[in-house]
Design a protein around this ligand. Structure first.
Ligand SMILES: Cc1ncc(COP(=O)(O)O)c(C=O)c1O
Length: 383
């Protein structure tokens, strides 16, 4: 056995300013306690602040009698409790699609759907900045894989012109709101391209569902192209304050995935109580319109503050990056923010490209505006 290679690798990770630890945290709404310090939590994906909304939790408790805290088997065995069907029926009807299928997480969805649907005769063509879970799915697929430059649809078109004829099925894959840059895909344009080249379009709405669109159905709703997108994937662990994920698609594909998707078949199903909570939130999503507006406004202000101070930022969503350059710079900035009561974590290489390490502000609509003002004031005073 050779254990030395693990310690050596850890040393290298430390030298690169990339060493990660799991912190003990205590949560109190939008506040987080770490190492005895209370801070504003600007690093959670609880974008609407629903995870600690006492009214919602009370309402859910009073109207549900679900007591099942474990599904105790895979959905394909005995774990497919009735709440799954109820949630899937609601999703299909809200998106006006033939069907929906629920998974344990976005990670399970992204590592499972594409490998199940694609084979050697197919091509997956993905945006350069898609999430690690999609990349892992691409690695598990037998299909050929090509990446187009981030949001560069001319590049996508030229790759399709070059390669479309060589393959039976082509899947164009993108996120709608990108998780690290907070920028937004032009789904209308992607729908045009997919039609022109007779390809499928797969859109991961992990960071958009709940947050974008009048009813919180995501960018597909906002950009009025739900109907044309073949596979809309959403996750419940972010704005939905729950756990799990879904795809809405044609019934043919739902049946195919149930029969072939390994990350659906070979895992214990989500706890029924969790599925019931997700459905409870889903049916209230239209009510949170004001929170979506507040989130958009406060994000815009943060971007202005950063730009006015000469920082590089990107995107047009509630994920607001503050680009710091090296891993070390981002660690220093995160330390300064924490010393002043703002818990906003650095994202470093290799999660983002080299020398693009950043603070990733991930905003929460339940944080009072006065607290955001303190953040803006602090950033405005940075040397
Ligand atoms: C774009 C995207 N897709 C999928 C996931 C994974 O979702 P989950 O946390 O439900 O596994 C993430 C996680 O952050 C993500 O950013």
């Amino acid at each position: 056995m050779n254990k030395e290679r693990y310690s050596k690798k850890l040393e290298l990770i430390k030298e690169a300013g990339n060493f990660r630890v799991l912190r003990d945290t205590v949560h109190n709404g939008f506040l987080i306690h770490v190492d005895g310090r209370e801070m504003l939590n600007l690093s959670s994906n609880d974008y609407l602040g629903l995870s600690s909304n006492p009214r919602l939790i009370e309402e859910f408790r009073s109207e549900t009698d679900v007591m099942a805290y474990s599904a105790a088997s895979s959905r394909l065995l005995s774990g497919n409790h009735q709440y799954y069907k109820m949630l899937e029926d609601d999703l299909a009807s809200l998106y006006d699609k033939e069907s929906a299928l629920v998974f344990n997480s976005g990670y399970h969805a992204n590592i499972g759907i594409l490998p199940a649907l694609t084979g050697k005769r197919d091509l997956i063509i993905a945006d350069k900045l898609v999430h690690a879970s999609i990349i892992d799915g691409l690695r598990l697929s037998d299909a050929q894989m090509v990446r187009y430059r981030h949001l560069d649809y001319e590049h996508l078109q030229s790759l399709l012109m070059q390669h479309r004829e060589e393959y039976e099925n082509v899947f164009i894959v993108t996120e709608s709101v990108f998780s690290m840059d907070g920028d937004v895909a032009d789904l209308q344009q992607l729908c045009e391209i997919k039609k022109e080249f007779d390809a499928f379009l797969y859109v991961d709405e992990a960071h958009a569902i709940g947050v974008r669109g009048t009813n919180g159905l995501g960018c597909c709703e906002e950009q009025a192209c739900t109907e044309e997108i073949d596979f809309i994937v959403g996750t419940f662990g972010k704005a939905f304050a729950s756990m799990g994920a879904f795809v809405v698609c044609e019934e043919l594909f739902r049946e195919y995935l149930i029969n072939t998707q390994r990350s659906l078949i070979f895992t214990t199903a989500l706890p029924p109580v969790n599925v019931a909570w997700t459905r409870f939130i889903l049916n209230r999503m239209p009510d949170f319109y004001d929170l979506r507006i507040k989130l958009a406004e406060v994000s815009e202000r943060l971007r202005h503050v950063l730009i006015a101070k000469g920082f590089e930022t990107r995107g047009s969503s509630h994920i607001v990056p503050m680009v710091c350059g090296s891993n070390e710079n981002s660690l220093d900035m995160a330390g300064m923010l924490q010393d002043n009561g703002f818990f906003a974590l650095p994202v470093r290489y290799p999660t983002v490209p080299k020398n693009e390490a950043r603070i990733r502000f991930s905003l929460n609509a339940s944080i009072p505006i006065e607290d955001y003002e303190c953040l803006f004031e602090f950033l405005g005073c940075l040397e």
